[in-house]
Design a protein around this ligand. Structure first.
Ligand code: NAD
Length: 451
């Protein structure tokens, strides 16, 4: 149980501290972030064990740490340039200028919500950018990854003064109006900026809450990210990319390949190639799925949600071309390939977030465009083709936050590209300089020349 007074005390302390952080130099911010790096590295064993406990990934998996180290390197190397005033060319219509520039100043108090699918990366990546931009941060870990949340709390407390970064977990908060959740209490504070990584459902709540205080916000959401396969591509390349795209983390990634379009006459060849790759990577010689290699569902609710989608699709006539076995004790569903899935089933309509791959077929590209248009705008999109004209048609007739051509989610890993969603998949961009700017106020300054 937490007291409302305690949250309000920390918030007020952070508000008063905004000016101190605003005046920190690039070197001072980098110094804080290098302490964060050292603390994370010291605790990498603990982090691995916590992620294993929460998600079943191998305890020696360091993928999330690598992402965070990459973010820290980028900030260390480039922050001074990002912070420098950005000179702008004067247009003919305005008076003579002494100078014109954009000055990036911190937004102030940033409220950050982490998610559970990548509990380290999706917490520290935005935190690093918020600190780099000179903000103070109130952060909330996800209760669905509690072991990792506990390690995050220790790391943050060891590195930051609570006036700079304070971390909360889901809790009951006693208030004069009764018991409320930490989320609700935090969202009622007059925060300057809210940064959410999470679902479109919570994204809508954040937008309403932000409106109370006219807070700015960044929404890193999800959606149904499709992959489009053209006949000019080697199917082995596609199948290999889909292992990371569909099975890694048991399909619980925001850029997971939600479903795939293949030319109708290549469907069986595609399924055969994909299944062969899955078996090589994830099955032992007795034909058992080795889920321990990359993780399981985070909890029973998610296992049952995805199992419900699968049961419904089968009941409605979908064909299981591979997999389909479920294991409630271990919270696992076998990598599954579904064919002939009715378009109005939940597995086609909702974000799956699990290792099931519906295979849709096309004879006319128009079917792809009409279908993806009806499902909201996705976070990611991948095209597999050697034909530049095909790729251009796909880019010109669909939309998404980002695109990778001939690979899985590489656009996310490239920090020089802005990362984010569009409409239902999110609002705002981060990574590299884009994240620094997202978490800053771009203040326009026009200094008129006087004699
Ligand atoms: P979620 O929306 O349920 O929760 C996300 C965070 O919001 C949690 O910390 C949660 O406690 C907090 N939250 C704040 N206010 C809340 C409220 N009123 N009610 C409930 N939660 C509240 O998301 P999730 O299930 O943890 O994550 C899965 C979703 O996140 C998927 O849609 C996935 O695609 C998306 N995702 C997006 C990215 C990205 O970078 N765009 C990355 C990872 C996951």
């Amino acid at each position: 149980m937490l007291e409302l007074d305690e949250i309000q005390r920390i918030f007020q302390a952070q508000r008063s501290h905004r000016r101190v952080m605003r005046h920190t130099t690039a070197a001072e911010r980098v110094e804080r972030l290098e302490r964060l790096r050292a603390e994370i590295l010291t605790r990498q064993g603990e982090i691995g064990r916590a992620i294993h406990e929460d998600l079943g990934r191998p305890a020696d998996n360091r993928d999330e740490l690598q992402t965070v180290m990459g973010n820290l390197d980028k900030v260390r190397d480039e922050l001074a340039d990002w912070m420098a005033p950005l000179p702008v060319e004067k247009s003919p219509a305005t008076p003579a200028a002494e100078r014109i520039f954009v000055k990036y100043e911190p937004r102030g108090v940033v409220l950050l919500f982490g998610t559970w699918d990548f509990p380290i990366g999706m917490f520290f990546s935005p935190l690093i950018q918020a600190v780099a931009a000179g903000n103070v941060v109130l952060a909330k870990t996800s209760s669905m990854a509690p072991a990792t949340g506990a390690v995050i709390e220790q790391i943050v407390r060891a590195v930051f003064d609570e006036r700079e970064v304070a971390v909360f977990k889901d809790n009951d908060v006693t208030t004069p109006d009764g018991v409320r959740s930490t989320n609700d209490v935090l969202l009622d504070l007059p925060i300057d900026h809210i940064f959410l990584t999470g679902s479109p459902r919570v994204g809508k709540i954040i937008v309403e809450k932000a409106a109370q205080h006219m807070a700015s916000f960044t929404l890193e959401l999800g959606g149904k990210s499709p992959a489009i396969v053209d006949r000019t591509i080697d199917l082995n390349l596609v199948a290999q990319a889909f292992l990371g795209g569909k099975i890694y983390n048991h399909g619980q990634t925001c850029l997971s390949v939600d479903y795939v379009w293949v030319p109708a006459d290549l469907r069986d060849a595609f399924v055969e190639t994909y299944v062969a790759a899955v078996k090589r990577a994830y099955y032992d010689e007795t034909g058992e799925f080795q889920w321990q290699r990359d993780g399981r569902f985070v909890d029973k609710r998610n296992y049952e949600r995805v199992k419900g989608y699968l049961d419904e699709a089968i009941a409605r006539g979908a064909i299981v071309a591979f997999g389909g076995r479920t294991d409630a004790d271990n919270l696992v569903i076998e990598p599954t390939v579904l064919l002939d899935v009715p378009r109005d089933t939940r597995i086609v309509q909702e974000e799956i977030f699990g290792p099931i791959l519906p295979v849709l077929t096309y004879t006319d590209e128009e079917e792809i465009f009409t279908h993806s248009d009806s499902l909201g705008k996705p976070l990611g999109f991948s095209v597999y083709s050697r034909d530049d004209a095909f790729i251009e048609r796909m880019l010109d007739n669909t939309t998404s936050g980002g695109v990778t051509i001939n690979g899985h989610a590489v656009h996310w890993a490239e920090e020089n590209l802005p990362f984010g969603g569009v409409n239902s998949s999110g609002y705002g961009r981060y990574h590299g300089v884009w994240g620094f700017r997202e978490l800053s106020n771009a203040r326009s300054v026009f200094h008129v020349a006087v004699d």
